[in-house]
Every structure is written in structure tokens, then in C-alpha cells.
Design a protein around this ligand. Structure first.
Ligand code: SAH
Length: 387
């Protein structure tokens, strides 16, 4: 595994040192006893070791994490315009050579998430490094995610590690303003992985005629709809999400950008049921967005996830006007782009529509994927014309 995949499966271990517990730091040696890598161990998981470093004698101290955070911050500084975007993923786990760690930066409020026992044990030097390198207003630990169960870890209440979160935190993405609730918002508060897709959307709606319409299913806080309103001020958006709190923030996001939320529709309901009802009343839209949550947490549930995409796109496609656009997404890591396209083909055929794929996106540039850990490539987004 020299500079190879940063995971070692339990079956590949010939001999483990005695006394190791979930989260122990370990050095990996090959059959000849030569050092290969350093990482952390969990005897409870299929992935027994996640690699943090490939050099010997590299202690996992604050200086180590400062080097990693500096490297990650440098990429974002280089590729994002800080005057227009102050919200981004700072650390994307394996993609930033820190397996098990997610850090999002919301205008100086860092939201940190640990997915593994190994990282739980290294929190102190990690948080110290974030504080030293980033000089944040606050660091919030949000270990309230289900993936922790895989490592035998409980969900935890959000905990402030330093500083204070300003009330009514407002951030900027591509010059547009959004309210964020890092304590209660979904994920860590915002879906920064759609930034480039939100921007791309503007060209699809920018030259639509007056009175055009956009259906935004699984809208969360209406990021896509706010971008659409900037590109096409007369557009009417319909925002569907099961979370009433998200839609309340969505209204506020329209206001924050000088758009009147009264021109738009917000419905807190199940999107599948809403779509079924909309078909009965033969509604149609110039553009439809389908951005559901992940339908599977593991490869075992992949078929279920694929069926979910077929069903959802079957419901969404009939609502697109002929010649209109569909933006359809999958953030299920277990479903590949090919498989997602197969599902879309099935939905198109079942609804008698022809689709032209216009653009394909994956994770954004602040969600880097390690070439050796392609599992990090979870997001697939297709912009299509529907005939
Ligand atoms: N497009 C959004 C992100 C969507 S995340 C953005 O750009 O920010 C998925 C969203 O789906 C979440 O807001 C969640 O509340 C919502 N959701 C999950 N299941 C749902 C369902 N059955 N019906 C409607 N909304 C649902």
C-alpha cells in the first residue's frame, strides 16, 4: 500500500500488536518488517486501519495537524475568491489526507466532525491546529452523525470547543448571502458541495422568459432558488422540503438577497407525495431540481438506492415542460455515475421522455478526492434537457 489506498482491511493483517483498542495509533509493516505507513486502528470495523502518514517517525501531534490544515487551507485560498465566498469545506477526510475528519468553515466558524475512534482520540491536537492555523471565531464539534455507529461510537450533542458562534450567522457564497445555523442545520449547516452546481444553474434559467418557473425538490434552505432568482428576477420558485426549519431559513435567504419571498412557494412536506399529487394536477415547470438525501449508507443497500432514483426521476420528469431542464443529483457514494445514468434511462423510458445530458458535475473543488481513495467521489449531478 505504498502511497496506495489509505485503508487497510482487517483480512490483510497478519499480526496485530497485543493490547490495541479502538482508535489506537499503529505503524504498519510489510511481510519483511519494513515500515509502510502510520495510522489508527479499529478492531471493530472492516476497515481496520486508516492511514494518516507514510513517513516514519512522524508523531501525530499538533505540528502534524498544522501541516495538514495549512495544506488544505492553501488550496481553498488559491481556488476560492475570499471576497465573494467565505463558506467552504476546509478538510474533506481522505481527500485532504485526514481520514475520519470533516471540517467546514462558515465565515470563521469551524464545524468539526469526527467519524472514527482514531480521530476522537486525536481531537485535542487537531482542534489546537485548527485554532492556530485558522484563527477562527469558534470551533464547534458536531458529532451527531449516524456514521459514527459504524465505529461503535455514540452520537454526541454539539459541543463548542472554543470561541462563540455569533447569533444569526450569515455567510457569502459567490456574493449571495445565506443564513446558517451550525448548531441545528443539516449536515454541518450548509451543503457547500453544490456551490459550483448552483452557479452553473444560472445559465439555464438566466434567459428564460418572464414568468418562468423552477421546482426545487429537497430544497433545504433554497440555495438553488436564490441563485435562480439572481439570474432571472421574474422566476417563480417552488421549494419542497420536509424540514419546516429549513424552509423558514429559505424565506430568510430570499430576503437577505433582496428578493421577495412572497413571490415564491415553500411547502414543508414529503417530496415524493408532493410530486405524485403534482402529476395529477398536470403541473409543469421550465426547470426541475431533484437533490434528495443519500438513499443508501452502504453498498449493501445499493439496489434500494437505485430504485429510489428511478422512482424519484419517474415522478419528476413528467413535470418538466418539453425543452425544459432537469437537474438531477445523487449523493449516494455506493451508486456510481454509470449506475445513476442507468436509473435515469429507466425513468426516461418509463415516462416517454428523451434526455440530453448537457453537463456532469461531481464534488466541488473544496471536496477533493484522493486518487487512491475514489470512494470519496460521492456526488453526481447531471444537467439535462428534457424533450
Ligand atoms: N439542495 C439542497 C440540499 C438538499 S439536502 C441545497 O442545495 O442546499 C436534502 C434535503 O432533503 C434536506 O434538506 C432534507 O430535509 C430533505 N428531505 C429528506 N427527505 C425528504 C423527503 N422525503 N421529502 C422532502 N424533503 C426531504
Amino acid at each position: 500500500m505504498k502511497r496506495g489506498h489509505p485503508w487497510l482491511f482487517s483480512g490483510a493483517i497478519q499480526q496485530a500488536a497485543p493490547g490495541l483498542t479502538p482508535g489506537s495509533l499503529v505503524d504498519l509493516h510489510d511481510g519483511t518488517g519494513q515500515f509502510v505507513a502510520r495510522g489508527y486502528y479499529n478492531p471493530r470495523t472492516d476497515i481496520a486501519v486508516r492511514v494518516l502518514a507514510y513517513s516514519e517517525n512522524e508523531p501525530m501531534d499538533q505540528a502534524f495537524f498544522e501541516r495538514r490544515v495549512t495544506q488544505a487551507a492553501g488550496l481553498r485560498r488559491q481556488l476560492l475568491d475570499a471576497d465573494r465566498t467565505d463558506i467552504y469545506r476546509l478538510i474533506n477526510a481522505e481527500g485532504d489526507l485526514l481520514p475520519g475528519v470533516i471540517v467546514d468553515n462558515y465565515a470563521g466558524v469551524l464545524v468539526l466532525q469526527s467519524h472514527t475512534a482514531g480521530i476522537d482520540r486525536l481531537l485535542e491536537p487537531l482542534a489546537g491546529a485548527l485554532e492556530t492555523v485558522m484563527k477562527p471565531q469558534a470551533i464547534l464539534l458536531r458529532n451527531d452523525v449516524a456514521v459514527r455507529a459504524r465505529e461503535g461510537l455514540a452520537k454526541e450533542e454539539p459541543r463548542l470547543l472554543m470561541g462563540e458562534i455569533p447569533p444569526g450567522l450569515t455567510v457569502q457564497e459567490n456574493g449571495l448571502r445565506f443564513g446558517i445555523d451550525p448548531l441545528k442545520g443539516q449536515k454541518t449547516g450548509f451543503f457547500t458541495d453544490q456551490r459550483d452546481k448552483r452557479q452553473a444553474l444560472q445559465k439555464y434559467v438566466g434567459r428564460l422568459p418572464a414568468g418562468a418557473s423552477l421546482l426545487n425538490c429537497f430544497s433545504y434552505t433554497a440555495g438553488f432558488s436564490v441563485y435562480a432568482s439572481q439570474a432571472c428576477p421574474t422566476i417563480r420558485t417552488v421549494n419542497i422540503d420536509q424540514s419546516a426549519g429549513a424552509l423558514e431559513m429559505a424565506r430568510r435567504n430570499f430576503e437577505l438577497n433582496g428578493f421577495d419571498p412572497a413571490r415564491h412557494v415553500f411547502e414543508a412536506t414529503d417530496a415524493f407525495k408532493w410530486l405524485e399529487a403534482a402529476r395529477v394536477t398536470a403541473q409543469s415547470y421550465d426547470m426541475v431540481i431533484l437533490d434528495p438525501p443519500a438513499f443508501a449508507k452502504s453498498h449493501r443497500e445499493k439496489d434500494k438506492a437505485l430504485q429510489g432514483y428511478v422512482r424519484l426521476n419517474r415522478l419528476g420528469l413528467p413535470l418538466v415542460k418539453p425543452g425544459g431542464f432537469l437537474l438531477t443529483c445523487s449523493c449516494t457514494g455506493a451508486v456510481s455515475l454509470d449506475e445513476f445514468e442507468n436509473g435515469l434511462r429507466e425513468a426516461a423510458s418509463a415516462t416517454g421522455r428523451s434526455l440530453q445530458i448537457l453537463e456532469v458535475f461531481e464534488n466541488g473543488i473544496d471536496h477533493p478526492v484522493s486518487l487512491t481513495a475514489p470512494e470519496g467521489r460521492y456526488l453526481k449531478v447531471l444537467f439535462c434537457r428534457v424533450l
